[in-house]
Design a protein around this ligand. Structure first.
Ligand SMILES: Nc1ncnc2c1ncn2[C@@H]1O[C@H](COP(=O)(O)OP(=O)(O)OP(=O)(O)O)[C@@H](O)[C@H]1O
Length: 224
């Protein structure tokens, strides 16, 4: 469960203002909007990584945040994947046993000993996702997890996310891929200029948007 009220976050030349939001457990929310709309800022606020200037956020359950940078630790692929589990006291061997199927599914099982920093961008993205999923979080905050991935890997990652959602996890995913937002989301938020212009069940938002700005954006007509 994620709940926020009266959020305001200001940077020089930018203000995010979001009234009450509520994400019930198990909901898959996708967040869309042009570059600079405030999507990452909202995600960081909801995840508690950043404090709002006004308002508050309530987050229940174990949450993980996957940033756009796909940060990896200067260790092997396997050690990256098991890191979260080991932090929680799971022994290395057991942690390795648990992450193995995930690594196989994202095509990294043949690179276990390779330093993670030497992975390609797409491989890092998949590894970061495995590290997040391995700790079986209640809530996943994902900032463009399939950015710059080839179609096969987009499909793999989406498969993992669907499965995570099927297991009851709450997911808030920021994406520039409107097809993905529609495919995966139960609910979509459209942000523009630091405000949520429209929030609706995903299918409705893409097929019958109520706001003219949403209509223009999902039709690819918005010039900015
Ligand atoms: N730490 C910060 N300090 C100052 N300005 C910031 C900071 N973080 C974000 N901003 C500004 O806030 C605005 C919103 O940024 P944000 O990253 O939330 O947008 P976004 O919708 O996620 O964009 P993108 O799709 O390009 O990732 C931008 O103008 C950005 O420059």
């Amino acid at each position: 469960m994620i709940r926020s009220k009266g959020l305001v976050r200001r940077y020089p030349g930018f203000e995010l203002t979001v009234e009450a939001l509520e994400v019930p457990p198990g909901r898959f929310v996708t967040v869309i909007g042009p570059s600079g709309a405030g999507k990452s800022t909202l995600l960081r606020l909801l995840a508690g990584l950043e404090r709002p200037d006004r308002g508050r956020v309530e987050l229940q359950g174990r949450a993980v945040f996957l940033d756009q940078d796909r940060t990896v630790l200067d260790r092997s692929v396997l050690a990256n994947a098991t890191f979260g589990l080991e932090l929680r006291g799971v022994r290395r061997r057991e942690a390795a046993r648990r992450v193995r199927p995930w690594l196989e599914r994202v095509g990294l099982a043949d690179k276990l000993a390779q330093p993670a920093v030497s992975l390609s961008g797409g491989e890092r993205a998949r590894l970061a996702l495995v590290r997040a999923l391995a700790i079986e979080p209640d809530v996943l905050f994902l900032d463009e997890p399939t950015q710059a991935l080839d179609p096969g890997n987009v499909d793999r990652v989406e498969g993992l996310l669907r499965e995570a959602h099927g297991q009851g996890r709450t997911i808030v995913l920021v994406t520039h891929n409107l097809y993905q937002a529609r495919r995966l989301g139960q609910e979509t938020w459209f942000l523009l200029g630091g405000r949520i212009v429209e929030r609706a069940p995903s299918e409705r938002l893409f097929v019958r948007p109520r706001e003219a700005l949403t209509r223009a954006y999902v039709a690819g007509e918005m010039v900015y």
